[in-house]
Ligand binder design. Structure first.
Ligand code: CP3
Length: 354
């Protein structure tokens, strides 16, 4: 049922939106669409308001966060907003010395490698991220019936940045800890699970209608290792927020072999990248969960005819699903023409209007 109470205003207004209905596997007026990284560098209006403001600082200014989150909703008519922030914001908020370098990603000054380093990962308190509570409140008031998706980085993906000290292709230090010191690894991802759950809790308590857990780099693992070393921590996150009753989305890149486990971890909706067709993904995930995806973001560079063709293929593969949220298979790339995204939203809505 619908949650009640003063802070539930945004959630109540959005309850019957196509996006939340699809997450709950209920009939929808049209297939809902949103895009990972819909707020960001593909939009000139984003580049303009971000001028001269470092990425992490921009996440701490509620008015700016509200404006940037709303930009793609206004421009594209997407069915959901995603909160403008970053997966490393809660780590910064507990005092980890890190920055987001343009064109690179998160860079951690002192990587976490030893048991002594764990002491730097103290629990996150809502008061550490009061700017998030404030921004979510402003946003849900502005959004009306459009749902707001809160998000966080999953323990494995956050651990990979902390241990490697930045982006990685091989995750050699991460895997060295995982295989070489499984107890230290388990303690690290358990701490991160607590921080992640607290960060999601703040967003839901302030009015977010759904949450997405980004385990972007979990595809680096085989299923047996995922199950043993990662799934317990991600499951802890999902369990911790279950009582709120908002849909929980779980996404990673290159996770075709992990889709079943990512559902089992406690997701209501499983995000799929472009490598696995949605009908096959549904077989891997099994009944009882909706799917989100999965147009190759590179298709947006191929012209509208190709976009329509490939989007139609996604819709066809999803036609037998109980719940489908249309999205890209990963984030919008910075050089994407925003008009291609607007036309894609119109196309999906037009094709699926019931
Ligand atoms: O629109 C949205 O999706 C909401 C905002 C959002 C950002 N980061 C803003 C951002 C979300 C959901 C994220 C999540 C995130 N951050 C993930 C998981 C999603 C994924 O893509 O797999 C990851 C792995 C990160 C870490 C991170 N932060 C990366 C890899 C980068 C890109 C670095 C670069 O410059 O290419 C960032 C920076 C970042 N986060 C930007 C934005 C808009 C770009 C920074 C800028 O505009 O200067």
């Amino acid at each position: 049922g619908q949650p009640a109470g003063q802070q539930q205003t945004g959630r109540t207004a959005a309850y019957d939106s196509a996006f939340l209905r699809a997450c709950r596997r209920e009939p929808v007026p049209h297939t809902p669409v949103w895009f990972m990284r819909q707020a960001g560098r593909s939009l000139p209006e984003y580049r303009k308001v971000r001028e001269g403001i470092p990425m992490l600082e921009s996440c701490m200014r509620p008015e700016l966060v509200t404006e940037i989150t709303l930009q793609p909703v206004r421009r594209h008519g997407v069915d959901a907003a995603i909160f403008y922030s970053d997966i490393v914001v809660p780590l910064k908020a507990i005092g980890i010395d890190l920055d987001i370098k343009p064109g690179v990603g998160p860079v951690v000054a002192e990587p976490v490698r030893t048991r002594a380093d764990l002491d730097r990962l103290r629990p996150l308190d809502a008061s550490d991220v009061s700017y998030v509570t404030e921004a979510v409140g402003m946003l849900t008031a502005e959004l009306g019936t459009t749902p707001l998706i809160g998000f966080a980085g999953a323990p494995f993906t956050l651990a990979s940045y902390l241990i490697e000290g930045g982006p990685s292709r091989t995750y050699e230090n991460t895997k060295a800890m995982m295989y070489g010191d499984p107890e230290l690894w388990a303690d690290l991802v358990d701490r991160l699970a607590g921080i992640t759950a607290a960060f999601l809790d703040v967003q839901i308590a302030a009015g977010a209608s759904a949450v997405q857990l980004f385990d972007s780099w979990a595809g680096a693992l085989a299923p047996a290792e995922y199950r043993k070393y990662v799934m317990p921590a991600s499951a802890k996150v999902f369990d911790a927020v279950a009582h709120h009753g908002v849909p929980r989305i779980h996404f990673g890149v290159g996770t075709g072999e992990l889709l079943g486990l990512m559902g089992e971890a406690g997701a209501d909706v499983v995000g799929v990248d472009w490598r696995v067709p949605l009908d096959e993904a549904a077989r891997r995930v099994g009944p009882g969960r909706a799917l989100q995806g999965n147009l190759d973001p590179a298709v947006l560079f191929a012209g509208h005819k190709a976009v329509e063709l490939k989007a139609r293929e996604v819709l066809d593969a999803a036609s037998g699903l109980e719940g489908h949220v249309f999205n890209l298979g990963h984030g919008v790339m910075p050089n994407t023409n925003p008009d291609a995204l607007t036309r894609l939203v119109e196309y999906v809505h037009g094709q699926t209007a019931r």
